[in-house]
Design a protein around this ligand. Structure first.
Ligand code: HEC
Length: 90
C-alpha cells in the first residue's frame, strides 16, 4: 500500500512539473526551426527584444499573417511569450 501512495504522489508531482510553464523548453521548440541555415525561416538575431515580442503578439492575435507562427504562439500565454523572449537575450 505504501508503494502505491509513493507512486501516486510521484505521478501527481510529475503532472505539476509538466503543467509548469518552462520558458527554456519553449525556447528549445523555437530553436528547432530558427537555428537552421536556410533562407526560409527568418533569423531571429537581428531582432531587438521589443521587436521579437511585438512580432509574437502580432502572430498570436492575427495582426500579422503567418504560415507557422500563428499556430505556435496561440498555444502560449502573453506571459510565457515574454518569458521566452527574455531567454533569447541573456
Ligand atoms: C515549425 C518551425 C517554427 C517554430 C517551431 C518556430 N518558428 Fe518562428 N517562424 C517560423 C517561420 C516559418 C516564420 C515566418 C512566418 C511564418 O510563416 O510563420 C517565423 C517567424 C518568426 C518571427 C518573426 C521574425 C521576423 O524577422 O520578423 C519571430 C519573432 C519568431 N518566428 C519567433 C519564434 C519563437 C519565439 C518561437 C518559439 C515560441 C518560434 N518562432 C518557433 C518557423 C518557426
Amino acid at each position: 500500500m505504501y508503494k502505491v501512495w509513493v507512486l501516486v504522489l510521484l505521478t501527481l508531482q510529475m503532472q505539476f512539473a509538466l503543467a509548469d510553464s518552462n520558458p527554456r523548453l519553449i525556447q528549445m521548440n523555437c530553436m528547432s526551426c530558427h537555428n537552421q541555415p536556410d533562407e526560409v525561416i527568418p533569423d531571429l538575431k537581428s531582432l531587438s527584444p521589443q521587436q521579437m515580442l511585438a512580432a509574437l503578439l502580432d502572430f498570436k492575435y492575427e495582426r500579422r499573417p503567418s504560415l507557422i507562427m500563428g499556430r505556435i504562439v496561440k498555444g502560449f500565454s502573453e506571459q510565457e511569450l515574454a518569458d521566452t523572449t527574455r531567454l533569447f537575450y541573456p
